[in-house]
Design a protein around this ligand. Sequence first.
Ligand code: PLP
Length: 402
Amino acid sequence: MKVEPTYERSLRIQLHGPGPSDVPEEVVRAMSVTTLGHLDPEFIKIMDETQSMLRALCQTKNRMTIPISGTGTSGMETLVANLVEAQDRQDRIVVVRNGFFGERIAEIVSRYGGEVVPIDLGWGTVVTPDEVREVFSRKRCQVLFLVHAETSTGALQQNMGEIGEIVRENGALFLVDTVTSLGGTEVKIDEWRIDAAYSGSQKCLSVPPGLSPVTLNERAMEKVRGRKVPSFYFDLGIIEQYWNEGHQRKYHCTAPINMIYGLHEGLRLVLKEGLDARFQRHRKNAAALQAGLEALGFTYVVKKQNERLPMLHAVYLPDGAEEGRLRGELRSSYNIEIGGGLGEFGGKVWRIGLMGHSSTEDEVYSLLNAIGEVFEKYDIVDDRAVGSEAAGAVYKDAESSC
Ligand SMILES: *Cc1c(COP(=O)(O)O)cnc(C)c1O
């Protein structure tokens, strides 16, 4: 069998879907460094630095801030496995189901034997503090679990601090999915009283898929330590003894060494840019892309402007546009990947990502130019330039208001 080596294939794709996102050169270089042993003193230094940088990014002091070996869903499952009690007493877990990932959380909670108390909302909306208060007044629940940035609908949960306060007043734990938000918009773990959260390497951190940063405070870790976790691989009580800053470390499972090099470099780049500058960059490019998409005839799934994600644009196609064919053409003729709709949005919605490294002015124009050309070809617009011109006007306004 003759197989061409991967590194000799010319694969040049601009990733503008819901993740993975484009990986910067520095991260690729970091990942190609010689593999060390998982208990090597040099590697332990890299682990310690990775933890410190993750804490800075999450705006937390939590000692238990580590990457789990696995994609975002492994972080989701880690939280459920460690924090949902099913054996001695069945915990009640309030799950906000307003999109694909909220539904996945509910599925995992029930597989682990927790009782799901759903707050069912339309896709594209977010939960209000009053809705959260109402559930807790009806039933005693041990956990509230929600998705901060719902990648299937493009919705950004609001009022995080207020919701965190309500959950704390009710003696419950506040668990949050920050897979798409971390690195692209504010995530304030301590200030919002989030007890545990997880993320993913391949969205706004611009690192390949394979790691899921998680952070848990002492309230959450107390619950973990007091019980027998039904998963071995995701048992944070054991994992804690490997990521044991300043103390003797015990082997749990071999760490994915080169993935951690990549995360380390991704985090270094995030912090070098500065959190405020990075979030501002995401907002600015989002505003330009939005103007362009609207000029091309797209409409947003999320109706309220302040609830839209800067890093992921979920939009309905204009009437008559053939979703699959157009998206295929962007991939085959322009080397651009964007995402289709999940679940009930299949065939109706595009999900266009401007995540991390690839949220740039150049990328906004390249997306809008490509979509404009394809739309003109299929007579969806008369003028291919309407999108990029609308984006240009937004950039010009931003410049003159500085
Ligand atoms: C992508 C994503 C996940 C799942 O992450 P995987 O890396 O695919 O396992 C979970 N939650 C949200 C909000 C996501 O966007």
